[in-house]
Design a protein around this ligand. Sequence first.
Ligand code: AMP
Length: 560
Amino acid sequence: MTADAPDDDRTSFADLGLRPELLRALSGLGYEEPTPIQREAIAPLVEGRDLLGQAATGTGKTAAFALPVLERMGDGGRTDTEPFALVLVPTRELAVQVSEAVHRYGRELGARVLPIYGGQPIGRQLRVLEQGVDVVVATPGRAVDHLNRGTLKLDKLQIVVLDEADEMLDMGFAEDLDAILAEAPEDRQTVLFSATMPPRIDRLARRHLTDPVRITIGREQTEPGEAPRVRQSAYVVPRAHKPAALGRVLDVEAPTAAIVFCRTRDEVDQLTETLNGRGYRAESLHGGISQEQRDRVMARLRNGTADLLVATDVAARGLDVEQLTHVVNYNVPSAPESYVHRIGRVGRAGREGVAITLAEPREHGMLKTIERVTKQRIQMEKVPTVADLRARRLELTRAALHESLLEDDLEGFRVVVETLADEFDVVEIALAAVKLAHEATGAAADEEEIPEFVPRDRDRRGAPLGGERRERRPRRPTAGMTRLFVGAGRSAGIRPQDIVGAIAGEARLNGREIGAIEIADRFSLVEVPDNAAQQVITALRGATIKGRKVTVRRERDDNR
Ligand code: AMP
């Protein structure tokens, strides 16, 4: 293992011609280097060129256009009330997100940013527009409303950005876009980003862009065989649940040594702290860490006193950790090349390697791009549920007891069993002993359920449109409800609707009377009203679920 300092031959934000105020903002946010789309797009945009870029969410495209907009706007001396730049986005969420990003990057420059979208009372938007703004981030419909009212004026506009243009066309905004662009000055700069490039986007670009620079992120061909043979899986997890999901995945995977990649320094520090708080031995590595600290961290990994390294790409460059078994992408990497590069750290010299990616629901499209470029499949997995974890922990206790039974050093304990046997059944004594052994492993986890993300439908790019289906299950059954154990789960193809169907059909219970349902790999848990529990058990004992007879009983504590 070597711990070389990161090499310095990469483009930095300073190389891209950004002013110090912006560089300070980026450094404050913990961005260590530009993503590929930023490397390619920022310089031509700062020069004033039009640009046609193919890039999905997660590539860093917002900063790729926001930074040049702010750079071109100057150092805060603008006094015009009419906007300098207009960013058009398909949804209200994106409008808020993009304006927050512009605000963050442009804070030192005093950039005045306003999101405008339908659904928000127009009064506030009118007041702010009147006072003067530099950057307006708008959905096309609301932008047209303001143009018609004369409350949004585009005479001073120098840059128009169409973000997620394919989405805007799909949502029927084509005419609105044409109307807005017709009002903008002829000599403005126009930037168009789109995740896909169907002919309609090409036509839109031909109508409104002049001699654009063309950039495609995620289309480079990786040589077959270049990407290493590594078991690759991904979990779609809402942002708020990522630390818990990572902990759970690590529990199940039990890596010998793993590197967890984060986007920014702050994220590295926070995640390291969280992981250490959860009992892992994690060390952080990022650009803000001195060579001396870096050497110490590497030594701890080498001698096994640390087993997780949480790092940014820059800090991990040049690291070759021989005992590494797992690479974890805490976010989807900003480009397929970065993904390939990261996962190339494991699976070397015939050793098994595992790559795990945590994706937020909106980053699903980027995962698909990575699969397409690498021509390798990333297996979508479900985050282990609380029940899965409990089942696995019980399995570990069972295995430990099995091992102990094979050794013959148990005689010394016979007296305990024999004296208790006067009073209790031997099986019950065994159960109590198992309980104590199980609890002694520290397995009494007090975990919250992580909502399962179930894409109900997908758009053309594979981006999930669905929501989070599963409710969080209380640790104890809801008052007035009894939780039943059903001896078949996900691996038998059982879905919540099968359980509801069986109970409603066999026990004549109304679907609405059935409470929380949890499907684990090998069993399921379902809540039914206390007074109907016995009736449901009796009815289901004679029935089949998905063509098989299953055990149904009241849940016992060992499933909790
Ligand atoms: P986007 O593709 O614009 O939605 O950006 C994806 C995420 O990457 C956002 O959370 C950004 O804050 C983050 N990000 C963008 N550029 C960088 C960078 N150069 N370094 C680290 N994080 C970045």
